[in-house]
Structures are given as C-alpha cells and as structure tokens.
Write a protein that binds this ligand. Sequence first.
Ligand code: ADP
Ligand code: 5GP
Length: 202
Amino acid sequence: MAVDVQRTGMLLIISGPSGTGKGTLVEKLMKSDSSFRFSCSVTTREPRTGEIDGIHYHFVTGEQFDQLVSQNAFLEHATVHGNRYGTLRKPVEEMMAQGQNVLLDIDTQGAINVMENAKDYVSVFILPPSFTELRKRLEARNTDAPDVIERRMHNARGEVARLDRYQYTIVNDDLDTAFTQLHQIVEAEKLRSTRCKITIPE
Ligand code: ADP
Ligand code: 5GP
C-alpha cells in the first residue's frame, strides 16, 4: 500500500486588465485540466456575440442583480467598467466542499475582497506586454464599441496598480509561454502541503 494523499480544492483567482488574455488562458486551462471548475459569474452586461447564458455568464437585469445582493447570494460583487458582476457563493462553496479546484476570473476589487476573506487561495495577475498591445487586442477582439474600449483602457492603469496584492504575475506576451507559466503555477500549487492530507502506511 502506498502513501494516501487526499487533496482539498484550490481557489484560483485570475485578474488583469480587459483584453490582456484572461479568458483565453482560462479556456486553455479548463480544456487541459479536468480538475478545474469555472465559476460562472452573474453580470448586468449585455452578452457579446457567441457568449452563452449559463456558460460564460449568467446574464441578468439590474433588478435581478439587486435581488441577488439582497439575498446575500454573492461571495463578492463589484461594478466594473460600468456594469455589475458578482460571484455566486453557493456553487463555489459546493464545488470547494467536493474538493474540486475552482477558477474565478474576476476584477481586482472582487479579487481583493475574496483574498481578505478566504483562508486559502492562489492569485494570479495577467499583465499585457504593453498598453499599446492591450489596445490592439481589445480592438482585434472586435467585441466592444470604441467608447467601451476607451473606458477599459483608462481603467487598466488602476488595475495594474493593484498587482502587488497578487501572489503571481504572468506577462501574456507569447500565449504558449504564458500558458506554460500558468500551468506550472497550478501544478506546483497542487502539491502545497497545506492542501494535502497524507496517510503513511506502516
Ligand atoms: P480578457 O479575457 O482578459 O479580456 P481575452 O482572452 O478576450 O482577454 O483576449 C483579448 C484578445 O486578445 C482576444 O482576441 C485574444 O484572442 C487575444 N489574445 C490573447 N492572448 C494573446 C497573446 N498572447 N497574443 C496575442 N493576442 C492574444
Ligand atoms: P468582461 O466584461 O470583459 O467579461 O469582464 C470585465 C471584467 O469583469 C473583467 O476584469 C473580469 O475579470 C471581471 N469580472 C467577471 N466576473 C466577475 C465577478 O463575478 N466579479 C468581479 N468582481 N469581477 C468580475
């Protein structure tokens, strides 16, 4: 009989300016690592072409969002780039209780809120190689109107200023390199002793 290792779930928080490549990296991680569950946030933002309700976000009205706030349904919520976003408490707690790894793609306000309240988490900030490249990516994504892009570019500087609150930083210049780095962080964090319960046989 070999050593028995029981691992508890990891709460992985990913943040970074809009257009930096969070969604792209998250999708690659979800495809390559079946131990992760994505926390599908609630938002009042309009769906973009191709976004599916219940997969990318739960799309709701302002009134529905208010109702969820009053029901204390959110682990955290924040207004980001003029829309409201929130992480549902129940699914995250249920997935964590089942020992699954849970991934949150949330903004710096929400992330700092979670970090101040959660006992255990892994936090990763995704930086663009430059603000010029960030703008190029937002424009090339072709999902946001020019005024929305301006607002996101303006907010990017404030978000980057919170970088020191995160445990890890990845520069997403070359996508494959950035993904390898994310994968390495995740694999190392899976071995963290504080998240393992070990029984050694005689
Ligand atoms: P976020 O989720 O952070 O807003 P996305 O994942 O939607 O960002 O990426 C924004 C755009 O940049 C997308 O069109 C995506 O394909 C592209 N992108 C992501 N990573 C890179 C990269 N390393 N190099 C070039 N383009 C990238
Ligand atoms: P987008 O509109 O581009 O999908 O997301 C805009 C920003 O909102 C991103 O920084 C994203 O990480 C953040 N975001 C998405 N879901 C949540 C959430 O549940 N809570 C918070 N605080 N931010 C979120």
